[in-house]
Design a protein around this ligand. Sequence first.
Ligand code: CMC
Length: 429
Amino acid sequence: MTDGQKATLTLNGKTFELPVYSGTLGPNVIDVSSLAQNDIFTYDPGFMSTAACNSDITFIDGDKGILLHRGYPIGALAENATYLEVCYLLLNGELPNKEQYASFETEIKHHTLLHEQVRTFFNGFRRDAHPMAIMVGVVGALSAFYNDTINVNKSDSRRMTAVRLIAKMPTIAAMSYKYAQGQPFIYPDNTLSFSENFLHMMFGTPCENKKPNPVLAKALDKIFILHADHEQNASTSTVRLAGSTGANPYACVSAGIAALWGPAHGGANEACLNMLRQIGDVKNIPAYVARAKDKNDPFRLMGFGHRVYKNYDPRAKVMQEACHQVLNAVGRKDDPILDVAMELERIALSDSYFIERKLYPNVDFYSGITLSALGIPSNMFTVIFALARTIGWIANWNEMMADDHRKLGRPRQLYTGPVQRDYVPVEKR
Ligand code: CMC
């Protein structure tokens, strides 16, 4: 990892030599960890310039718009693989052969059921609870079912946690939807594929035996693949930080779900569709673009911009195709919201404000329209994201826990509060 290169820092007449590391791809990083011994800290709000770990899982080149999982481009995976194949890849480092795939799929199917006691948790929520609130609570509650049996330092135990989470997340997600509908929960059907089963649990009822549409299931599988992992984003970093304390992994993933919920991260897909609906008509676009450019207006074009991509998000390209496929399949190819989206994209991509700031459509720009065409309500979009990202969270957690040199995550700060002062009794204040 180190190529012998050193960076030099001079401060108050003292010089520090800092090792420089090269990864297999991407920019070199300067190891500043030794500075703490000299009471020097680096300052980097938002981690704009800080690599918090090393990882073999996912690589992003934001300038070129490249996303690789274990070296495989996202486009090739979305085109050719299934979501479970991508889960296996992210978790194990290699694509499975036929036998490995069959046994992984069987193992996942074996764990799709929830403990019956978990069902009772749902009754504690209001019927109008946001499904992400339910996800945070119920996934966190799994830690009460699997705690003493987990040894986070043992690879077998971590693998079982990964399998359980991948398998149970669709069941919990579908239940959070059914609960709001007032419909009975639908048990998983292990004769179906991963994505078919999710559609079955979402839209099936005990009085009908409808098979999920395979074209729509395939499109959903692609959506899952596109959201499977994305390097050290806010939610993955949250899972790592929580996990670095040795905490229960279900509780850590629940923390990841909470981080994902915000509109700057996973919540953007819901916010984006709401925005497109609010724009409503192509003729209203210029007014919204003007608002997005106005520094005095907090409005932003949702689905545009990314901390890392300063080029077209490669996931957005695949999502745009999937969107057209789904709209064709459901007979809504003339959807006016799609017209608004395509025109907004065209206008924004030719506007100097967006060009100068390298603001391109991200994965969430087309995912809302696609999910909505699949019949999924907008408050479930971020839940779908969480379901799909679970593998990324758990693969990163597993990688961190397997590292013998792992460290408790504990950032420092630049203190700007009062200096030490004397306590004044309340009657004298
Ligand atoms: N609309 C209008 N202006 C924007 C937008 C936007 N969507 N995004 C960034 N800008 C402007 C921002 O005002 C700033 O302008 P200036 O330099 O004049 O002050 C400049 O671009 C840089 O923005 P930033 O907020 O400093 O950049 P960031 O890297 O901190 O923010 C972001 C990244 C994703 C939070 C932001 O682009 C954003 O809020 N986008 C909309 C929300 C969204 O779509 N999020 C989904 C991200 S993809 C899903 C995922 O991976 O989680």
